[in-house]
Design a protein around this ligand. Structure first.
Ligand code: UDX
Ligand code: ADP
Length: 464
């Protein structure tokens, strides 16, 4: 087996950036070049000010500081990097299709296809191509048919190596992965390619955690692992609605259920709804595959996880409107948190934008504070969801860089992200500066509810 000395990664996003930074950190003898068509993104990755990296992840800047310039490079010279590399990771985005066949369900593979065509055009030596992006099952076959039919007689091996890192804990997840999955062709060449990639991860992970499977199993494992995790969140969220109508308390319920070692305590935290780039997209993909294969009952089963999540977001927004005497028109509502979870600046599919959109449709004035999300991103998110003009949105959405300013004169506060700093605020001071009665909707159940009630807040929490 040939040892890999040169890696290229196409796509410098939330997956490609941190993953390659850790590979470069742990494998100093391998040259790792991350390329992207977005030159601003590459410039940000190369910024001398590490606070300007395009992605916020705890521990990321330290890893980049260690490896960048030594064996980690960020570049826009895509063709050069492809040509020089022995192994090419594809980490481009695969959003849900917004048009045509499979609209709203299937993954849009146009970026992946473009990458495959570019690799086929440029490659002069044999390459191992690794699909890293979250992809629908059978993408490896698509890649293979493009590479084999348009290449220059060069041999390609295609591996599936799905990413299991979660944002906010990406570096730790990469350093201490529960498992790494490598799917490859069941042939001698396929085996060699899998060994070459195994060798890279074995620089820091025990070999027994590196699982080799066939390509299909690897691709499907990624979709279904996310579907299982999302299903747990929807399960507990469905029960939060029941708890709100009864004397049961969702935290007590969650603790009791999770204490069963067969179930386990993780991913049982009731919330305003899951977000992020993977859960919804992966389930929609799974549903689409099942439908395409005539497995309607299986498709319906998994689709319910999404239906429940949409219900939870809507329910949260409705609860705000109902509590504020059935009208939020002209009322200021403060949002604390916009990111889809804490410790990330990512807002893809964040519950906050859906809740904001519903309230904005009722003419509420939303003042948002998030420690890491930039105002432009917030506007882009609501613009993506609704048909209002930018000017109309600017009359309804007001990003603030100080939480106390965001909450001043508000009728209600909604907690959308579980940022730790929210727990340290002077809640008495916030209460004193609000309109009365002052409501707080804890969409993450992170605050001290007893204390808030003592201060005088009218509190509504999830599942309580
Ligand atoms: C997920 C998978 O965890 C990861 O393995 C995969 O590689 C990518 O997709 P990510 O989307 O980054 O990772 O974050 P995750 O921690 O899974 O959270 C997803 C959403 O579920 C967040 O909005 C989070 O707030 C929500 N969530 C999670 C809950 O509401 N309750 C929980 O108990 C857990
Ligand atoms: P993910 O969460 O999957 O990493 P991101 O959107 O954060 O998704 O990152 C994907 C990156 O891939 C983006 O920076 C985008 O510019 C880049 N990209 C998409 N298509 C190509 C391509 N053909 N060549 C190079 N980079 C690409």
């Amino acid at each position: 087996m040939k040892k890999i000395t040169n890696i290229c990664c196409i796509g410098a996003g939330y997956v490609g950036g941190p993953t390659m930074a850790v590979i470069a950190q742990k494998c100093p003898e391998i040259k790792v070049t991350v390329v992207d068509i977005n030159s601003q993104r590459i410039a940000d990755w190369n910024s001398t000010d590490f606070n300007k990296l395009p992605i916020y992840e705890p521990g990321l800047k330290e890893v980049v500081a260690e490896a960048r310039g030594r064996n980690l490079f960020f570049s826009t010279e895509i063709e050069k990097a492809i040509e020089e590399a022995e192994m090419i990771f594809i980490s481009v985005n695969t959003p849900t299709k917004t048009y045509g066949k499979g609209k709203g369900m299937a993954a849009d593979l146009k970026y992946i296809e473009l990458c495959a065509r570019q690799i086929a055009k440029v490659a002069k030596t044999d390459k191992i191509v690794v699909e890293k992006s979250t992809l629908p099952v059978r993408t490896a076959e698509t890649l293979r048919s493009i590479l084999d039919n348009t290449g220059n007689g060069v041999k390609f091996q295609i591996l599936s190596n799905p990413e299991f890192l979660a944002e906010g804990t990406a570096i730790d997840d990469l350093h201490n992965a529960d498992r790494v999955l490598i799917g490859g062709e069941q042939s001698a060449d396929g085996q060699n390619a899998m060994e070459a990639l195994t060798e890279i991860y074995a620089h820091w992970l025990p070999k027994e955690r590196i699982l080799q499977t066939n390509v299909w199993s690897s691709e499907l494992s990624k979709l279904t692992a996310n579907a299982f995790l999302a299903q747990r969140v929807s399960s507990i969220n469905s029960l939060s609605a029941l708890c709100e109508k009864t004397e049961a308390n969702i935290e007590e319920l969650s603790k009791a259920i999770g204490a069963d070692s067969r179930i386990g305590p993780k991913f049982l935290k009731a919330s305003v709804g899951f977000g992020g780039s993977c859960f919804q997209k992966d389930i929609l993909n799974l549903v689409y595959i099942c439908q395409s294969l005539g497995l309607q009952e299986v498709a319906d089963y998994w689709e319910q996880v999404i239906i429940m999540n949409d219900y939870q977001k809507r329910r949260f927004a409705d609860n705000i409107i109902n509590s504020l005497f059935n009208t939020v028109s002209g009322k200021k509502i403060a949002f604390l948190g916009w990111a889809f979870k804490k410790d990330t600046n990512d807002t893809r599919e964040t519950a906050a934008m859906y809740v904001a959109d519903i309230l904005m449709s009722d003419m509420a004035q939303i003042a948002v504070y998030d420690p890491k999300v930039r105002p432009e991103k917030m506007f882009a998110d609501v613009e993506y969801l609704n048909s209002r003009s930018i000017d109309e949105n600017k009359k309804l959405l007001f990003p603030k860089n100080d939480p106390y300013v965001a909450c001043k004169d508000a009728h209600a506060i909604a907690i959308l992200t579980e940022w730790d700093e929210f727990k340290t605020y002077d809640w008495k001071r916030i209460y004193d500066n609000m309109m009365k009665p002052a409501f707080i909707f804890d969409g993450r159940n992170i605050l001290d509810h007893k204390k808030l009630i003592e201060i005088g807040f009218n509190l509504k929490a999830i599942g309580k």
